[in-house]
Design a protein around this ligand. Structure first.
Ligand code: AOS
Ligand code: ZN
Ligand code: ZN
Length: 381
């Protein structure tokens, strides 16, 4: 039943969405932002409290470094949320100017690998089952380094991390077309990520960040392909108009988000194995409300995708009825699912309008008064 699926969906929010962020031009400080990871979890718990489908929070190391990770996980649990993916960071250290795990110097590679293994220790301490690996590694100029040698170094590091994973742990390898490297990124596309993951085994999967492709890329094709191969580990949802804009999911192109969810559902990926994560920054809009809006946008795309009449679609496809098949998909997309989602929330004992309920709660006014000198998320750091 569609409502059961909508109630069961888990959308993970990122700790860095709650801190200050910006572009390389300016980080605008907002009132009430968290001063430490504990407060980030408290804000994330608000998103869950008003939507009912965001019980997991991704951490980023070192932005969320604490002395006692078990205590952080216990704090999350007390707030009604749990720790999701651990995001590693091998891109914000002077040593990584020429790369991290693909750096030409073995000393730097060892340092990067040690960080990745530390992140698995943090998974053990927090109960997280997912490590997210994004590498900014790449080169800016032809000839700067050997492209094939860098792939060898990458494979070596991934193999070492893979060996360290526990039975119920996995890593998700994220690809990105460009930025910060501008000529040749070491994991630029899903094919590269897939090839490395395929060699390693079932605990290595690909994560699709919706902002990491060339304009016009058919992301839902990638989703369908990876799911078919058992290699779709999850999503970093966000939306983009130009490059890696990290705007709210479903804001720039809700139709694309719907098409992606159609493939996820059609491919049997609507399970907890495919992680629906947000990877966003709220540079100018309020952060908690921005996360609530994003979660709702993902829910709307999901609800519409669940409404696709699969039987009618199969009949139209088998008959070669091009317009009929397309109409089945468009009918679902053009359905207003907001009343259905309001019912789902009411069934969960929640207010049917999460944005209004959060605004009325007074939480923002309270944190704006209580918290002085909030932290940057890390991106602007
Ligand atoms: C960077 O562009 C990637 O989207 C990363 O997934 C992510 O934003 C970063 O690792 C934050 O933790
Ligand atoms: Zn991402
Ligand atoms: Zn990104």
């Amino acid at each position: 039943m569609i409502k059961d699926s909508l109630r069961a969906q888990v959308i993970e929010t990122p700790s860095w969405a709650y801190g200050n962020s910006g572009t390389r031009f300016k980080v605008f400080a907002q009132r009430g932002v968290p001063r430490d990871p504990f407060e980030k979890l408290a804000d994330a718990a608000q998103v869950h409290a008003f939507t009912g489908v965001a019980p997991q929070v991704a951490l980023h190391i070192p932005w969320d470094r604490v002395d006692d990770y078990a205590a952080l996980a216990a704090h999350a649990s007390g707030l009604g949320v749990r720790i999701g993916a651990i995001n590693s960071n091998v891109f914000q250290d002077d040593d990584y100017m020429l790369g991290s795990v693909t750096h030409p110097d073995a000393r730097v590679r060892a340092k990067a690998l040690a960080h990745l293994l530390d992140c698995v220790d943090i998974m053990d301490a927090t109960g997280s089952d997912t490590l997210k690996l994004w590498f900014s590694d790449g080169i800016n100029y032809p000839g700067q380094d050997d492209i094939r040698a860098r792939q060898d170094r990458l494979a070596e590091a991934l193999g070492r991390v893979y060996e360290r994973l526990g039975d119920n742990q996995r890593f998700l390898l994220e690809y990105k077309l460009f930025e910060p490297a501008f000529y040749a990124t070491d994991v630029p596309d899903w094919g590269t990520a897939y090839a490395h993951c395929l060699k390693l085994g079932p605990k290595a999967q690909v994560v699709v960040d919706t902002g990491h492709h060339a304009p016009g890329t058919n992301i839902e094709f990638i989703v369908a392909f990876l799911l078919r191969e058992g290699k779709l580990g999850g999503f970093d949802f966000n939306s983009r108009f130009y490059a890696d804009d990290d705007l709210m999911a479903g804001a720039a192109d809700p139709f694309q988000l719907f098409r992606i969810m159609v493939e996820v559902i059609g491919g049997g990926g609507f399970t907890e194995d495919v992680a629906f994560m947000l990877d966003q920054c709220h540079n100018i809009e309020p952060k908690i409300a921005g996360q609530i809006r994003s979660v709702m946008n993902v829910q709307e795309a999901t609800a519409k995708a669940l409404l696709v009449d699969r039987e009618a679609l199969a009949v139209a496809q088998a008959a070669g009825d091009v317009l009929g098949a397309n109409a089945v998909v468009m009918d679902a997309y053009n359905t207003d699912v907001r009343p259905l989602l309001a019912e789902v929330r009411t069934d969960l004992g929640l207010d049917p309008d999460p944005m209004a309920a959060y605004a009325r709660s007074g939480y923002f006014e309270k944190i704006a008064a209580d918290r002085v000198g909030g932290a940057q998320a890390g991106w602007g750091a």
